[in-house]
Design a protein around this ligand. Structure first.
Ligand code: ADP
Ligand code: ASP
Ligand code: MG
Length: 413
């Protein structure tokens, strides 16, 4: 008997028919003799609908109340799934975040997990129940409802698996695994049989929304074996997340990602003195705005330009914060461009192969795509380009790195 956490995303529970399909899968696992904890998202489109209701009232809403509203979608789906399971003769019990309790900090709309109390779930599992937990939501120390950020049910599922020391965590979605790139952009993208935690971390942080990045961080930290599978296909093979040492052959590039969710900001004419970068990024950190790529030019005649990217959703607030900061430090001006995209190539094999950057730049050049920013890490290269070239860049790079071909040890023929 194993303890298995299964997570079903929005599309998988998007209709009553699909909820019945999920219930059948859960029941089959239960009948095979396993204990099952299920994490569920809101029905497809529901969280977007709730966010739009909030935004229709005011752009500067109270984040605590935002979480109260957007957490509501998951309450419906856990209840519906339990009703479906019970109607098939499978005993099931639903829990909202606060009932577990699924403890988080109080960073509303992007709360971080502090503790997941396993006691009630263990008790129910031992009594023969399937435990169905609302993904995406938690509760802070003052009993306020919190949410984990968009796509957060993946993180809920992995946190449940880690807390309960589950044998595995199966993430069911609408594609049958992690692909060499988003299969909706490149239909000939191929499913990877395995991917290392580090590659998946990069892919998730660079725009592959198939898994929320924090779910991958947690999986790596607690060595949770995670599989990504399709709930819509009968015999989905899926992709296994694993340690790099378990991967037979390291291909140079294993995936291409894109992210339209960032905006570019340039502070021009910053006096070149110690402490001024801190005066720019300090106020952004105080406003809880994450900065991603940063470029600082060499100083010409005692001044420099600093360019960086922030999440799209934080762009307006970042510009407001920086209007003040640029005046205080005496910078010349502030420029913003929200119409950019970050396109990246990821692969652990880059550690030992050269020439990837050159191939990437050459490919983009031959498509006439201008590169605005570049950043690299050991296993990825990212470029910022004009948003309108996103899909073209992804397709061209997928072709250039021959990702539609067989990859020994990664993609079976
Ligand atoms: P869920 O609602 O199940 O959480 P999501 O919509 O959050 O599902 O994530 C699944 C989607 O991720 C897919 O439909 C696909 O379009 C997208 N995606 C982006 N990059 C990739 C990739 N490299 N491999 C697989 N899917 C990807
Ligand atoms: N329902 C939430 C969202 O749409 C959480 C999730 O689906 O993972 O972001
Ligand atoms: Mg998701």
């Amino acid at each position: 008997m194993a303890l298995i956490v299964q997570k079903f995303g929005g599309t998988s529970v998007g209709t009553v028919e699909r909820i019945k399909n999920v219930a059948s899968r859960v029941m089959a696992t239960r009948q095979a003799g396993h204990q099952v904890v299920v994490a569920v998202s809101a029905m497809a489109g529901e969280t977007n609908r709730l966010v739009a209701l909030v935004e229709a009232l005011t752009p500067s809403y109270n984040k605590r109340e935002y979480d109260v509203v957007v957490a509501a979608g998951e309450q419906v789906s856990v209840g519906l799934l339990c009703i479906a399971l019970e109607s098939m003769g499978c005993r099931a019990k639903s829990y909202l975040g606060w009932q577990i309790p699924f403890m988080t900090d109080d960073a509303f709309s992007k709360a971080r997990i502090v503790d997941v109390v396993g006691e009630k779930m263990r008790h129910d599992l031992d009594a023969g129940y399937v435990v169905v937990v609302a993904g995406f939501q938690g509760v802070d120390a003052n009993h306020n409802i919190t949410t984990l950020g968009r796509g957060g049910s993946d993180t809920s599922a992995v946190a449940l698996a880690a807390a309960l020391k589950a044998d595995r965590c199966d993430i069911y979605t609408d594609v049958d695994g992690v692909y060499t790139t988003d299969p909706r952009i490149v239909p000939k993208a191929r499913r990877l049989d395995v991917i290392s935690y580090d590659e998946m971390l990069e892919m998730a942080s660079l725009g592959a929304k198939v898994l929320q990045i924090r779910s991958v961080e947690l999986a790596k930290k607690y060595s949770v074996p995670v599989r990504v599978l399709s709930s819509l296909e009968e015999n989905s093979q899926g992709t296994l997340l694993t340690e790099e040492s378990n991967i037979m052959e390291n291909v140079v590039v294993s995936g291409i990602t894109c992210d339209k969710n960032e905006a570019k900001i340039t502070v021009r004419g910053v006096p070149d003195r110690p402490g001024l970068a801190a005066s720019i990024f300090g106020p952004l950190a105080q406003a809880n705005i994450n900065v991603d790529m940063i470029i600082q030019n060499i100083s010409a005649s005692g001044e420099t330009d600093i360019t960086f990217t922030v999440p799209h959703g934080d762009y307006q607030q970042a510009m407001q914060v920086l209007q003040q900061a640029t005046q205080v430090i005496g910078a010349r001006d502030l420029l913003g461009n929200p119409e950019i995209a970050k396109v990246s190539a990821v692969g652990v094999g880059m550690r030992s192969h050269s020439g990837v950057a050159q191939k990437m730049f050459q490919t983009l050049a031959s498509e006439g795509i201008n590169i605005q920013m570049i950043s690299t890490s050991e296993i990825k290269i990212s470029v910022v380009v004009d948003e309108k070239y996103t899909e073209l860049a992804v397709r061209a790079l997928h072709d250039a790195f021959e990702l539609d071909k067989e990859m020994p040890g990664r993609i079976s023929g």
